[in-house]
Every structure is written in C-alpha cells, then in structure tokens.
Design a protein around this ligand. Structure first.
Ligand code: SF4
Ligand code: SF4
Ligand code: SF4
Length: 314
C-alpha cells in the first residue's frame, strides 16, 4: 500500500515545491510507494470540496503531511492545524517553514506600521485606507515558523531545500522512521577555501566590490571570504546546501553564504556566534550595514526578530 502524502504551501513562494520536482530520477523510484492525496501546487484538490460547496476544509487524511512556508495569516494557521490533525508525520520543508524565512524579516515592524508604510507612506502608492475584504484572511500578529504553531517531526531546511534531502527524508519515512535530520556541521566545515584565521582587520566590506580570486584556479586556491574582509555566514550556518556531495552553493559561485540553511543546531544564536566569528578574524561586526536583518535574514521567526523599542527622545 503506498504511503499517503498531503502537501501544501503556506506563506511560501513555490520554490520548495520546485525542489520536490527537482528530486528528478530518484523521485520516479519513490513515486510507486507514495500517493500524493493533496498538493495544491500540482493536484487539483480544493479546500472546500471540488465544487466549493463545503463549509469546512476537506483535507484528506495522510501518513505524511509536508508544509512549505511559515504562517502569516489566519487561513494558513487553520490549514496547518488541520494538516497536523490529519497526519502522523509532519515535515516542515524549507527555511520559511523551518524558521520563518525571508518573509519573517517583517517581524522587525508591527503589523500596523507595515500597513501604514505600504498603504500610506510609500512614495509609489496613492494613500488609502487599509483594505477590508472579508475574503482576505487577517494577518497573524507575527510571521511564524511552523513549529511555533504545531509539533513538527522532521525539518528539512534550505531556501530552497536541496532535493537530495527531500528524497532522503521521504526514504526514511518509507523505512518506518519518524525522525530525520541533517548532521550538525557548518558551511565552513564543508568549504575548501584557504583559511589563515586572520583578515586585514577593520570595517566589513560590502559586496559592491569583487572578491579576490582567479577564475582559472580552484576554490582551494581562494582565500576565505570573511578573511578577505567580506561578510560570509558560513561559520554559523548548517551545511547541506550542495546535497550529498560538493561545495556549498554560494561558495561555488564565489559569493558569500547568506545563511539560508539556518542555524547549525536548534537553540543556537547565530547573530551572537557570527559576531564572535567576525571578531576572531579581526573584523568589526558593528560596521556591517543593517546587521540585525542581515544576520537573521532567514530566521526571523522564533522571536529572533521583533520591533525594537522606541528610543526615548534626546
Ligand atoms: S524556503 Fe525559499 S524556496 Fe521555500 S518557500 Fe521559502 S522562499 Fe520559497
Ligand atoms: S567563512 Fe565562508 S568562505 Fe570562509 S570558510 Fe566559511 S564558508 Fe568558506
Ligand atoms: S552557501 Fe549558504 S546561503 Fe548559499 S546556498 Fe549554501 S547555505 Fe544557502
């Protein structure tokens, strides 16, 4: 009997769904053992009956539920709760589901301030009242990771997550396992560049100027990006973006890691650890432009980002 899988996107961009398809040939091996009973992105299965004639969500029961995206509105919260109720194993797929992702940068502002900016203060917008349409679900107070709302059994991080790990986690489930996780090691642990544990020191350079490397030479001849004076999140980011083999994807492209796989372990404080990593090679973390947003770019859920208290008048 195939294992029933239900999949839905919450506050998501569909890149995670593309990663499922990008499993490629191994997906063909897995498919006979899986039955996708709900997948909004690919299967025509509607929320309130195929004719829209039901008043309650008609999500099917499944052994495995996969959700992508965090929770940003009441409808997403409802769909997530119902998927959790109807599944034995819940997989949070992608960094939006795992940590809030890029959309959770919005947690740096209160909702009312965001509406004020978007509908009234933006220079490209005619000032208008907040739209009030009963068919548009209201926002939740913050943009949350999935495990802030319901129990998550398996987390597959990444923006997007690597197809190898989706196939690996699904294979583990098919073998009867209820847990799966990437090994706790950093992007730096899998990076082949030259490290001397020191930089030129001082202010962090913006990536508006080129890194120093010879495109004719391998990465093992390139100096560490942090040590070149740029900001690279490799020291505090979970390894795995290149799948089962290979060099971290951004480093392959000779650009800094931006932290898309999230923290190396649950409960880590990447911002604090990253400040330490920069200081250890002689760079001044205070010179990083917009450092709170940059160091929490993918992990604004879990209360990592919140509005700063108003400064008292001078
Ligand atoms: S984790 Fe990345 S690819 Fe997946 S939904 Fe979020 S933004 Fe899109
Ligand atoms: S800081 Fe960046 S460039 Fe340097 S070793 Fe780590 S991942 Fe590689
Ligand atoms: S190098 Fe960093 S930002 Fe780039 S894909 Fe890998 S984990 Fe994500």
């Amino acid at each position: 009997m195939p294992v029933k899988v239900s999949e839905d996107w919450l506050n998501a961009c569909s890149g995670c769904e593309i990663s499922i398809l990008n499993i490629g040939d191994p997906l063909l091996d897995l498919l006979p053992q899986l039955e996708f009973v709900h997948m909004t992105a690919l299967v025509d299965h509607k929320f309130f009956g195929q004719l829209g004639d039901q008043t309650a969500l008609t999500l099917p029961e499944a052994t495995v539920a996969i959700v992508t995206g965090g929770v940003r509105n009441e409808e997403q919260k409802h769909v997530l709760e119902e998927m959790r109720k109807r599944a034995k194993i819940l997989i949070a797929l992608g960094s939006c589901a795992a940590y809030g992702g890029v959309p959770a940068q919005a947690n740096m502002w209160k909702n009312e301030d965001i509406f004020e900016t978007v509908f009234r203060k933006s220079i490209t917008t005619e000032p208008a009242a907040d739209p009030k349409d009963p068919n548009v679900p209201p926002w939740t107070p913050t943009c949350m990771a999935v495990d802030e709302m319901v129990k998550v059994d398996i987390t597959i991080p990444g923006c997007p997550p690597h197809p190898d790990w989706i196939a690996d986690a699904l294979t583990a489930v098919l073998e009867g396992k209820t847990a799966w996780a990437l090994p706790e090691r950093s992007v730096c642990d899998t990076c082949p560049v030259i490290r001397e544990k020191k930089s030129g020191g001082g202010a962090i350079k913006r990536v508006l100027e080129n890194l120093d490397f010879n495109p004719e030479e391998g990465l093992d001849k390139m100096r560490c990006i942090n040590e070149q004076g740029f900001f690279c999140m490799g020291p505090v980011t979970l390894a795995g973006c290149a799948g089962k083999t290979g060099v971290p994807r951004c480093i392959q492209a000779r650009t800094p890691c931006r932290g898309c796989f999230g923290p190396i372990r649950k409960g880590a404080k990447p911002m604090v650890d990253m400040m330490g990593a920069l200081t250890s090679v002689g760079l001044d973390p205070k010179t990083l432009v917009d450092r709170r947003a940059i160091m929490n770019r993918y992990i604004g859920g879990h209360k990592n980002l919140a509005p700063l208290p108003a400064r008292p008048p001078r």
